[in-house]
Ligand binder design. Structure first.
Ligand SMILES: C=C(O[C@@H]1C=C(C(=O)O)C=C[C@H]1O)C(=O)O
Length: 102
């Protein structure tokens, strides 16, 4: 159903490391949250900029601002997170539309 993900090497982010191996130390765990938030925020900002660039390029050649079929694929990608994943994907799509986006 979902497209295969592109071959991106995420190994340096340690996203698959066993969380149960982390110490039960709130300060240490919060540092891990802070690290992950920095990665997520950086990725979201870049995703929004790339999405806007695609929209601008498409409109410059007379195409539509949005492509429903592609947006459905993005929504599918986050479906494993359930309703919250849907909400998250919708927010990502909105961020890529800029201030006039719904
Ligand atoms: C980025 C694109 O343009 C728009 C933005 C999308 C996105 O942010 O993922 C998806 C589809 C389009 O509505 C695209 O067509 O890939």
């Amino acid at each position: 159903m979902t497209d295969p993900q592109p071959p991106i090497d995420l190994s340096s982010y340690n996203l698959d490391d066993d969380v149960s191996a982390l110490p039960d130390d709130i300060d240490v765990l919060r540092l891990e949250i802070d690290r992950l938030d920095a990665v997520i925020l950086g990725a979201i900002k870049r995703r929004s900029a790339v999405s806007k660039k695609i929209g601008a390029a498409r409109m410059a050649s007379g195409g539509p601002r949005l492509v429903h079929s592609r947006e459905v694929k993005v929504l599918d990608r986050f479906a494993e997170l359930g309703q919250e994943g849907h909400t998250l994907a919708m927010l990502l799509l909105r961020l890529g539309r800029g201030p006039l986006g719904r």
